[in-house]
Design a protein around this ligand. Structure first.
Ligand SMILES: [Zn+2]
Ligand SMILES: [Zn+2]
Ligand SMILES: [Zn+2]
Length: 139
């Protein structure tokens, strides 16, 4: 996985402390994190609006993708760098919502079925949530 500062460099972002920290955090946790969680963690570095702008910009550049979890909360997770590019996301995997610990994780190896749409409909976001018990809670 590329280091956060390198990713920012390549996409022409200024390497501010908050951008680096948010990106490093998302890389480290390997799950989908909600904005309120990030706000709490980085409240000394950025306010809500700044954080929202950073997340939106990252999403637009194809670094992270947004997931609406089963509770309707927006969460963000790292994209697979081979699949996503600016303006084009291909995060066609299942999102697993654990009912025990509340974690939402990307199941990169579980692809969503191909959805065949009627003529003149086009797909821009596909979100498939699954609920159950995750591997950590199974133990
Ligand atoms: Zn993506
Ligand atoms: Zn769990
Ligand atoms: Zn995902």
């Amino acid at each position: 996985m590329k280091k956060a500062p390198q990713i920012l460099d390549e996409l022409g972002f200024r390497k501010t402390e908050i951008r680096i920290k948010v990106l490093e955090h998302l890389q480290k946790v390997e799950k989908a994190v909600s904005q309120p969680e990030l706000e709490k963690k980085f409240n000394n570095l950025a306010d809500r609006v700044t954080l929202y702008r950073i997340l939106s910009a990252f999403e637009e550049k194809g670094i992270i993708h947004k997931i609406m979890d089963v509770h309707g909360v927006a969460r963000y997770a790292m994209c697979n760098e081979k699949h996503c590019t600016e303006h084009e996301h291909h995060d066609e995997h299942v999102h697993f919502n654990c009912t025990e610990c509340g974690d939402v994780v990307c199941l990169d190896t579980v692809k969503v079925p191909i959805i065949k749409l009627p003529k003149d409909f086009s797909l821009s976001r596909l979100n498939l949530n699954i609920e159950g018990t995750c591997d950590n809670c199974q133990k």
